[in-house]
Structure formats: structure tokens, C-alpha cells
Ligand binder design. Sequence first.
Ligand code: SF4
Length: 394
Amino acid sequence: MVQTRTDDSIGDPGAPGLAGLHLDANRDRWRQRLRDVTSRDVEAALATRPGSYRLDRLLALVSPAAEAYLEEMAQQSQSLTRQRFGRTVKLYAPLYLSSFCVNRCRYCGFSAANRFERTRLTVDEALADAETLAREGFRDILLVSSEDRAFITVGYLAELAAKLRERFSFIGIEIYQMSTGEYRRLFEAGIEGVTLYQETYDRDEYARQHPGGPKADYDVRLRGPDDMAQAGMREIGLGVLLGLADWRIETLALGEHASYLIRRYWRSHVSFSFPRLRPACGVTRDAFPHLLTDRNLVQMMLALRLCFADAGLVLSTREEALFRDHVIALGPTRISAGSRTNPGGYSQADRGAGQFEVSDQRSPQEVAAMLARHGLEPVWKDWDGAFLGQRMGG
Ligand code: SF4
């Protein structure tokens, strides 16, 4: 039974949020509950109205027993996605601004513990990279940076966003965590979306993976989406780094977190991303025992779609082209294309090391053609933002 909350934040210590459900620690009871799900439970979950969230429904859909129902889940997910989003899939491109970082996340090539030649872009250099993307057709851009507050300041981002507004209809950030006031300033400068991964909702694993730096505080991290919603951000991106902890329990925690945010901040739209751990500088996959198979990832995406009809599902170029082709019609609503994960990588291809290895190396045009082959319409521009902008401007 899902608990009703009256707390101010899902991360408040002692509040009946994730901790009250034991989704952040001592997860053995959830492992057992997942094992106890029967075929009849899965069939009951599939018989209820698709698109509505209940924790016990999500539990059934991510259980091992549901693996035998992937085909039915895929059909429901595809039809629900077409109902809510039509045949459109948005295309976006990440623009990496800096590879300097004060954190030492064990799974990341940009960790302060790694030695390699780091780079950071001036505002003008970032604009040059963005211009390359605009010429390729992108109007939806995601600014990405490591925790480099000394250089990538709020002022830097506000200045860059104000200039990018001339060419891009939607600007999002995937950057170090900020305060509500800082998010508000960026919103006023034209940034409308923030993605902030919890990385893992398991406290012990979080502590192991974040041995130092400002990112090491689990509860501070968990409060980030509240802060961005209170600042007025239109898009809130959630996710975990898949491979750090048991994906089935992580999906339950993600579902609870999203449900809390949707109930509390109805003006903001929630989306899920699915970054699977990738090899990078100093990072090998052997060190991570919870890696997902392709079938696991498909099940996770379908289960979330069947519980959150209106959530965006984001799939990046971390995934292989073949995998993206297979799942694109089943639920994703936004995908990246032609990505470079090194700052300056669009205008100077061999500049510095990337955060991780990109898997889908196809050009944006090749990805757009793939969408068309699936009967989907690639959308380069964020029409919601353009429409809202017109209405507000008019
Ligand atoms: S995940 Fe982000 S914060 Fe952590 S080391 Fe990498 S760039 Fe820095």
C-alpha cells in the first residue's frame, strides 16, 4: 500500500518518504517481495488502466515474473505512448562545457581522481559548438558539465543561455546541483529543464560510489528536484546510473520519487532517463555487479511507461544503435543523436577526453531517418516551449 505523505521533501530525515518504505536501505524485504510476485499478480497489473501509478502495480511489472509478459507490456506501452505523444520523438544534443570536476564518483571518467587533459569552454567556444548543432538542425540543447563551479558559474550559464535562446527553442541542463535561487536565476535566463540523477537510491551504495566532494551527501542530492520545481523549472529529469544497484528496486524508488513530485509540483513535467554504465577513463564494467541486460532495460522502460502515461522517456547515445532501433517505437519520447561527450567536441573533434564512450555513433540525419523508417516523426524543436513562449509573448 502506498503511503500518503505530508512531508516537505521526500528526502527529509525521518519523514515517511523513501526511508519509510525502506527503499533507500535494508532492501532485502523488497528483494523478497519481488520474488513473491506471481503470474496472477502481473496479469492483474496488466488488466488495470495503463498509465496510472501504484507502487504495488510497479512492483508487479518490474518483477522477475513479469519477464514472461514483455510482449504484452510492449504492446500496451506502445499504444499508450502513441495516445499521449502521437508519433513524434524529440531529438536533442548534449553540449559538454567542462571536464574539470571536484567530485570523485567512482563510475565516471571525469572523476577528480583521474589524470587526463581536461578542457573547459569559454562562452564563445560553447556558442561555436552550439552553432554547429544548430546548423545540423537541433533546436533542443542540453548543457552538460561536471562540478566545475569555479569556471561554469551561474553567471556563465545565464549569459550562455541568453545567447542560445536566439537559436534554440529549449535549453536544458545536466550539471552540478544548485540551490532554488540559482535554479530560479537560470530559469529567468531561459533554461527550462534540469536533469539531476540520484545515481542510486541505495544509501550504502551511494556512499561507496561518492567517496568525496560536494556530491557525497545523499539527502542533499535527493532534495534537488524539489528545489528545481520550486524555481519553476518546466522539465524535471530523474534517473539512476544503471549498474550501481539492483535495477528492480531502483525502479521502485524512482517511481515513488516521481509520484511524489508529480503530486506536489503539478506545473512541472517529469521525465525518466536510462543511463547504463559505460566504460570510461578509469572505469571498467567488471567492477559493477548490477549491470542490466537489454531485456532488463526494456522491462524497466515499459514498466515506468505503464505507470506514468505522461512521463518523458529519454534514451541517449550511450545505447547501441541496434538497441535504440528495437525499442524506439515502444515508449521513448526524446533521444539524443550525433553526441560528443568531450567539451568542444562538435567544432574540434579530437579535443580532450569524453565522459564516457558513445555507443550509437550515427549522425543526427541517420537517426532521423531511422525514426522515419519506424513511422515516427523526428521533432527538432520543442513545440511546447514555442507555444508557451508565443502565448506569454502575446
Ligand atoms: S559524475 Fe559528475 S560529479 Fe561525478 S565525477 Fe563525473 S562529472 Fe564529476
